[in-house]
Ligand binder design. Sequence first.
Ligand SMILES: Cc1ncc(COP(=O)(O)O)c(CN[C@@H]2CONC2=O)c1O
Length: 404
Amino acid sequence: MKFSDIRDAFPILKLQENGQPLVYLDSGATSQKPLKVIEAIDHYYRAENANVHRGVYGLSERATESYEGAREKVRHFLNASSTKEIVFVRGTTEAINLVAQTWGRENLTAGDEVLITEMEHHSNIVPWQLLRDQLGIKLVVVPINDQGEISLSDYESLLSEKTKLVSVVHMSNALGSINPVKEMTTLAHKVGAKVLLDGAQAVPHMAVDVQSLDCDFYAFSAHKMYGPTGIGVLYGKEALLEAMPPYQGGGDMIYSVTFDKTEYNELPYKFEAGTPHIAGGIGLGAAIDFMLDIGLENIAQYENQLLTEATEKLQQIEGLKIIGQAANKGGVISFVIEGVHPHDMATLMDQDGIAVRASHHCAMPVMQRFNVPATIRASLGVYNNSEDIDRLIASIKEAIDMLV
Ligand SMILES: Cc1ncc(COP(=O)(O)O)c(CN[C@@H]2CONC2=O)c1O
């Protein structure tokens, strides 16, 4: 599929916003959905809707085949070795909480250290604070430099035999920084620590190979990579998942239940209590098909070119400062404008049909690190183009003229 045709695959991009064609630059919050994904979900409810896994009638068997077929698509997409390693969750947040409350409670004791970084999303900070309050573990934070990068030497100096888990973001949602997660994983394993990677922002922009990364857990959300909300994935090495206790109790995660004892189901169902988000899983599978049709390397290359173009044009605007200038970045540009509050800017830009986010982006430590209350963030998807960038630049200049 050619990038010039991709835009037509997204019905919502035909919308007018305040009398102007919509320029959607908030894919970091959630991406738009191609017709192929919408139709896959629609088809499930029209033609395959039934509960999965236990029905002995054709409709339920077909629903199960579609849902478990989506799991296989995720396995292939991440290059996991088995579908037993692919747990469907609500999203990245639930994936991280699941690891904290199962692997964490089972393997961590007071004094053990969990290492995170200064650029983490709140969903990779708060679950570990909850565990700290429950178990007395210690949170160690790797600082970031003025460009929004982690220094590997700083990171290595904070590792020790006390480090039991490294939980870091693959690509920052607030800065766009792409961390050297493969090297970080190797160093963590040298001290005996496990590694969880938060892939929420990385998966939409680049190929992810969990076996090559050798991470122990990898988390992402479907809604950021052209799939529906309410479904995400926790990848975990099979041996680790086998040894972990269940996250929630209920139906489908069991083999047998008596009032004395319950025998848990096999992987991954041990972690999937209750009726799953069947349509969401099928929609995620369709989103993976969509991305693979374009080509993951093609997506990365196209978005990097657009990121470079947008960055160069933004840097020419007087009083505009980009927050996060890592040498290795993905399709996220955060910026502030001297004398203008981000919320005022974004509100005015909306009048021009421009959708950007003005927020702390659930990364308040990053805002504190750069001493700003919030940033304006433009985040890219496969449907953005140079015209969108030109409209963004024009709208910023117009808003500055009005506000300054
Ligand atoms: C890096 C990162 N980790 C975890 C999450 C949590 O994902 P779920 O909400 O799907 O569980 C997000 C969400 N990104 C936020 C959501 O809105 N804008 C953002 O940048 C994220 O960007």
